[in-house]
Design a protein around this ligand. Sequence first.
Ligand code: C2E
Ligand code: MG
Ligand code: MG
Length: 556
Amino acid sequence: MDTMWLFKYFDQNGSMKRWSMVPVILMLMIGVYALVYQTGGIQFVYSHSMYIPILLSGLVFGSAGGIISGLIGGIILGPFMPLNIETGEMQESIQWLYRTGFFVLIGLFSGVASDAARSYVMKLKWISLHETSTGLPNRIALINEIKKLSMKNNPAGCSHLLIALSLENKIELKAALGFGVIEEAFLQLSRRFSDQNKGNQIFYTDTAQLVILATIYSSKAENFLHEISTISKEPILHNDIRIHVDTRMGYVVFDHISEEPETYLQKAEAALTAAYKQELDSVSYTSDILSETKENLSMLGELKSALSEGQLSLYYQPKIVIATGEVHGAEALLRWHHPERGEILPDVFIPRAEQSTLINLLTEFSLVQAIEQIKRWQEKGIHMPVAVNISPQNLAMPGFGKMVLQYLNHYGISSNMLELEITERGLMLDIERAIGELNQLVDEQLIISIDDFGTGHSSLQYLHRLPVSLIKIDQSFILKLPNDKGAVNIVEAAVTLAHKMGIKVLAEGIENKQIYDYLIKIGCDLAQGFLFSRPLPAEEFERWLIEYKRKTKEKS
Ligand code: C2E
Ligand code: MG
Ligand code: MG
């Protein structure tokens, strides 16, 4: 028979329930006394019924309960119970003492067994509520605590705060010092948070996430968050060495529980994801964040099937040589033709894909499509180098360069027909690694250009180390030309500097003749923009090319 439920029952309902068993056990003992008395005395077999309350007592109260009830049972059926009721003959002392000894022994055994089972249940319960290696309460424990909040009255002027805090440099820490350092970091952080405010409850909810649950005066919430953020960034001690930890927070503030407890954790985690995306230290939950996260997930799910169902294709936009007016090449730009949402532009789905490994599949798709197109054009006698946009995540992918070369090789396309565009922001994420990876590709004659130049930070200081042959000045500057003084200064400085380093300059986003004329004047090398053509499907691009060549011939 499974008696676990009994232990669970008493564990979960505490000592109140346990003490409520005392009258039951006493009634049973009195019942046994009455039964033995009514059936003629202790000489008959009914005295064995006393084992029932003794076993029950051991089960409920453990070994101490078993021993005490054994003693009580022995005494009840001892000096107060005759051997034979009819004759009134009393039992000898040795008889009831011997029986009492047995009762105590049985009580002790049942108690010990019950104690062992109870401690086993307690252990199981502890394991279910804790992260075992650190001993910190886990996600289930947190949900239970949030549930408990709904049963309490919130002190006046107070709010609940649920903060999800992640260790941003976990990969670096793990790689350099092993997984133990992550646990060590979380243990030290949780001690700091407990010391900061005794009411803080700390939970280890994920391999790299701590959650703090606190009830504080609403007016002090801002200070509180600031303190948590500050102390979370202080170095931790690992084997007597001070180690830098980089943390980020997402949090939600609420006054009472009106939704499922899990929802609050979900909100704090959604805010943490938003903090990560926006590269902020901490972000407070808003309803937009959750709908954005849901939209992200559903879009990523759809994007994966879009790839296999042929909903994605490349459009091509020409790049023009300013000096001669010739077409220099084309940039391949992804388009998603969604069966219900219509055309989705890359600005909507690329940043989302970049937060998942899906970006690797997308880039591979663009690369293959572009190389196939180069081949198709070559077969038609069109010599058209194509530029493909790559994301920073691609450069970090082991074997990315090799994969590009393998595809070129497979289709028999020479590497100088393919250009890779990488955004300035992407390069700056891990400049040393990017330089290494790009050098390998340049060694194989691939052309590398920096996209959206001017939007990242301080890549100017690295420009001389980057193996690039082209910079593409971001359209946000070009669109403001020629009247915006700031844009003029940046564009002119970029052209001068790049030329000094032997790097060509392309201006993207040229929408009108005025901008184009200005770019001719300052000696920009290449031009791209709606003035020449919008991005077009391959066949339309071919028609545009024929028409463009005809017009330029007419002019000359
Ligand atoms: P980008 O590489 O800087 O591409 C230039 C963007 O400017 C394109 O937007 C293009 O349509 C747009 N554009 C070109 N000329 C003009 C103009 O005269 N005026 C204006 N207002 N816009 C112009 P699109 O196609 O929406 O692409 C946006 C971004 O998405 C691209 O910026 C690129 O960073 C990314 N992207 C596109 N395709 C891919 C891809 O296959 N892989 C990756 N990783 N990123 C891609
Ligand atoms: Mg580009
Ligand atoms: Mg660009």
